[in-house]
Design a protein around this ligand. Structure first.
Ligand SMILES: NC(=O)c1ccc[n+]([C@@H]2O[C@H](COP(=O)([O-])OP(=O)(O)OC[C@H]3O[C@@H](n4cnc5c(N)ncnc54)[C@H](O)[C@@H]3O)[C@@H](O)[C@H]2O)c1
Length: 433
């Protein structure tokens, strides 16, 4: 199959490289010429484990290429994937579909034969209809069909998720388009990944329902963690106690500073907007969004409390800035609100993140960036772990104690046993324990 991927970000680049690895002929397009130049030079513009090798080997094999010229690659493609961003629209929280609509209009003019337009971006119900309308209006003679194929990969484990997905969801009813999609995903039959065909609207909603449900799970255990702190229980025991029940499942039951990242915050908000438009309130998701919003700054206040009630004039060391480990993605990272709360209260912040420094500088310009964990603690009063990178799981706690002027460790990811930290002479604050 000849595949064109419009948008070469976290989803487009990973999907494109994986499709090429399956043997398809893939062109990744992006309008950001710096991104394409980097890729043409053999550099990967994002951090995703394993992606550099996957891209390099498929470029070498001649199955993967990069361009800013959308028209040429669309003309010969069997399937054109739209994998552009759908951020929250400023002001109202609706999904901003301007990039999707612009891509549709550009694709329309370049269609030369029957082409399947595949929406891989996360888009509200009905966007497929709109994409179809835009293409039809721009190029009335175009022979095409629009299908929805939402992506469920997780940053940090994206390649494995893409190659071994729990399921593949394809929404559409055009028989020719469905046949192309089966060919595109045929290599995954070997891994026995179930392919679910459904209506286009069903597929669009499935993605939002999945993300909203996961956000509910995280937020649920976070509130249980707050209760654990009040009643003297340990949320990790409670989470394991409920998670071993197969009906509940143990994943996404780790109490922490609240969900962030490039998907959950914007997708829960967009689902609420859709629910308002269709007059079908989603009260549970409304509560989740409100609780999670409040939680991030509450975690900043938790640090202030652990530091004795004031951080004015103090330096706080922060480990981990990205919204989760193994990515450089800072979008809506809880670290942003935690750090801003500390700064608002008069603290100075020294931070270290293994991969996120460059992206972090764009959103948090007023902190000191360090090149390793211990450097961030030099001259600091207390330490906060915000993101659970592996590199922070086995810190030399004696050394940590010797570097901090007030030996306080706030562990917002519950990665340390309390005994171990206290034996090293540090005061320990965790979440829900
Ligand atoms: N990041 C994730 O983990 C993830 C997971 C599942 C689904 N998604 C969804 O996938 C979509 C893409 O997310 P992302 O994280 O890859 O975004 P991203 O911002 O990393 O990448 C989007 C890319 O599209 C490019 N672009 C925008 N308009 C274009 C156009 N007209 N022509 C060519 N390129 C264009 C941008 O320059 C950018 O490089 C979003 O809808 C997101 O919700 C993301």
């Amino acid at each position: 199959m000849r595949i064109t991927m419009i948008g070469s970000g976290y989803v487009g680049l990973v999907s494109g490289a994986c499709f090429a690895d399956f043997g398809h002929d893939v062109v990744c397009v992006d309008k950001d010429s710096r991104k394409i130049d980097a890729l043409l030079n053999g550099d990967i513009p994002i951090f995703e484990p394993g992606l550099d090798h996957l891209v390099a080997s498929n470029v070498k094999a001649g199955r993967l290429s990069f361009t800013t010229d959308l028209a040429e690659s669309v003309a010969s493609a069997d399937a054109v994937f739209i994998a552009v961003g759908t951020p929250s629209r400023r002001g109202d929280g609706h999904a901003d579909l301007s990039y999707v609509h612009a891509a549709a209009a550009e694709i329309a003019g370049a269609i030369k034969k029957f082409t399947v337009i595949v929406d891989k971006s996360t888009v509200p119900v009905g966007t497929g209809d709109e994409v179809e309308r835009i293409i039809r209006e721009t190029n009335p003679d175009a022979d095409f069909a629009v299908v929805s194929n939402p992506e469920f990969l997780r940053e940090g484990a994206a390649i494995d998720d893409f190659k071994r997905p729990d399921r593949i969801v394809i929404g559409g009813d055009d028989p020719r388009a469905l046949e192309v999609m089966r060919q595109v995903y045929r290599p995954l039959y070997l891994n026995k990944s179930p392919i679910m065909e459904m209506s286009r609207r069903g597929a669009e909603l499935t993605k939002y329902a999945a993300n909203a449900f996961l956000a509910v799970k995280i937020t649920f255990i976070n509130e249980i963690a707050d209760l654990c702190e009040k009643v003297g229980a340990d949320v990790q025991e409670v989470a394991r106690g409920i998670g071993l029940d197969n009906r509940i499942g143990s994943k996404f039951l780790h109490a922490g500073p609240g969900y962030g990242g490039s998907c959950f915050p914007k997708d829960t908000l967009a689902l609420l907007k859709t629910s308002q438009d269709y007059d079908a309130p989603q009260r549970i998701v409304e509560a989740v969004v409100a609780v999670n919003d409040n939680r991030k700054r509450a975690m900043g206040r938790k640090v202030i409390t652990a530091m004795g009630g004031s951080v004015r004039g103090k330096t706080i060391a922060v480990l981990g800035l990205t919204f989760k480990p193994n990515t450089d993605d800072m979008r809506d990272s809880p670290a942003i609100a935690v750090i801003q709360t500390l700064q608002d209260a008069g603290a100075t912040v020294q931070a270290y993140d293994p991969e996120g420094t460059e992206q972090s500088k764009l959103v948090l310009p007023d902190i000191t960036y360090c090149t390793n964990a211990y450097e961030a603690m030099e001259g600091a009063a207390g330490l906060v772990i915000v993101t659970e990178w592996d590199a922070f799981r086995a810190l030399d706690l004696e050394r940590v104690k010797s570097l901090l002027s007030e030996p306080v460790l706030v562990d917002l990811r519950n990665i340390y046993p309390r005994d171990m930290v206290e034996q090293a002479g540090l005061r320990y604050t965790a979440v829900g324990r």
